[in-house]
Write a protein that binds this ligand. Structure first.
Ligand SMILES: Cc1cc2nc3c(=O)[nH]c(=O)nc-3n(C[C@H](O)[C@H](O)[C@H](O)COP(=O)(O)O)c2cc1C
Length: 363
């Protein structure tokens, strides 16, 4: 049997998942304007649970109304999201898969054109994707309010029947903006040294724990390097070390390409190897990036990950775990026709969005 098909029991909380195949969070623009899940979004995720993924992660969902980064985004900031959340959780659970909601706040990447208010961040920041605007620095009380929003959102997800959440600390959104030295230039307790910059994330982890049950899964997704934010591999590894002292259930390293490696303290290792080097078995690890077939999944496991995360292959192949069975054929690679993607459960809106991903959809 492929090792990614073996069950896994989380050491904290003792929840067992039927295999180590994780559908990574993927934005798909299918939610309603007020953040409620659409039937199309519920269907596409349900098909991946039915297709055999042990863990199905939702798209990034904003925990505060003003943390919304793009149109069609899924929201978890109010109880009016509960009916859709409850329906999705029931569907995922029906197929004995574990459902995780990815919680985030866009921060400086929640544009005024979407939210109606100036974007906020750890500091005043401008830059890529901000159309010449700048964020304003959050006040202390506002920081506390957003931390509480994460807690309330997690509680809402649990109430709806989800088994856990993944905190989105990767890819340059608000948590990453606090972690990065370039985007966080505060001089109060929330900025300065990494241990101060990490206080926002640490407080979120604590608050989410306080608002959820003991066996509720709480994971964290991190980028190994985010140079634009001022977050380098040594910051990532120090953050991972600090995470081992918290009540997180897993760390998810967002590699984009599991073959990529980086030099640190005179050694060259892949991102997965570095994360596992620090974790040393103390906390489960998920790794994602360019895993397409059974050999890629094996390679990620050989690098030290416990779970194999996939994005794009899971869009094209709802039953991707089947391709890990011995003797199975290779999953077909992009480009995919709109017909193929429709059969895979994508709505026209999602297919249109996938055209933005180079070479994924046929002309
Ligand atoms: C359409 C699309 C949407 C994505 N949205 C998110 C997201 O909401 N949150 C997130 O953490 N990563 C997001 N990602 C990144 C994926 O989770 C994954 O890390 C990335 O696609 C690399 O894995 P892959 O090579 O298997 O596709 C997205 C990727 C794609 C292709």
């Amino acid at each position: 049997m492929h090792p990614a098909l073996a069950p896994f029991t989380f050491p904290r909380g003792s929840r067992t998942v039927k295999n180590r195949c994780v559908l990574a969070a993927m934005t798909n623009k299918q939610s309603h304007d007020d953040g409620r899940l659409s039937d199309e979004e519920i269907r596409w995720l349900t098909m991946r649970a039915e297709g055999g993924f042990g863990i199905v992660t939702t798209a990034a969902a904003n925990v505060s109304e003003q943390g919304k980064g793009w149109d069609g985004e899924f929201g978890v900031w109010s109880d009016h999201h509960l009916p859709g959340l409850t329906q999705l959780a029931a569907q995922i659970t029906k197929y004995e898969s574990i459902g995780l909601v990815q919680l985030f706040h866009g921060g400086m990447r929640a544009p005024e054109s979407i939210t109606g208010v100036q974007p906020v961040s750890a500091s005043e920041n401008g830059g890529r994707g901000m159309n010449g605007t700048v964020s304003r620095a959050l006040r202390g009380k506002e920081i506390e309010a957003i931390i509480l929003d994460f807690g309330m959102a997690a509680a809402r997800c649990e109430r709806a029947g989800f088994q856990g959440v993944e905190l989105h600390g990767a890819h340059g959104y608000l948590i990453a903006q606090f972690l990065g030295a370039k985007t966080n230039r505060r001089t109060d307790k929330w900025g300065g040294s990494l241990s101060n910059r990490w206080r926002f994330l640490q407080s979120i982890i604590r608050t989410v724990r306080e608002h959820t049950s003991d066996d509720f899964l709480v994971g964290l997704r991190l980028s190994p390097v985010l140079t634009s934010a001022g977050f380098e591999i040594h910051d990532a590894l120090e953050t991972v070390e600090m995470c081992t002292k918290t009540e997180l259930d897993f760390i998810h390293v967002s590699c984009w390409d599991i073959d990529e490696s980086v030099e640190h303290e005179g050694h060259v290792r892949t991102y997965t190897e570095w994360f596992e080097h620090v974790l040393d078995g103390r906390m489960p690890l998920v790794s994602t990036g360019m895993i397409w077939n059974a050999d890629d999944a094996q390679k990620a496991i050989d690098q030290g990950t416990d779970f194999v995360g996939v994005g794009r292959v899971g869009i094209a192949h709802p039953n991707w775990p089947d391709y890990l069975e011995r003797g199975s054929i290779e999953p077909v690679r992009p480009p995919f026709s709109p017909d193929h993607l429709t059969r895979a459960g994508l709505s026209p809106t999602f297919i249109k969005y996938m055209r933005a991903w180079d070479g994924f959809v046929t002309e």
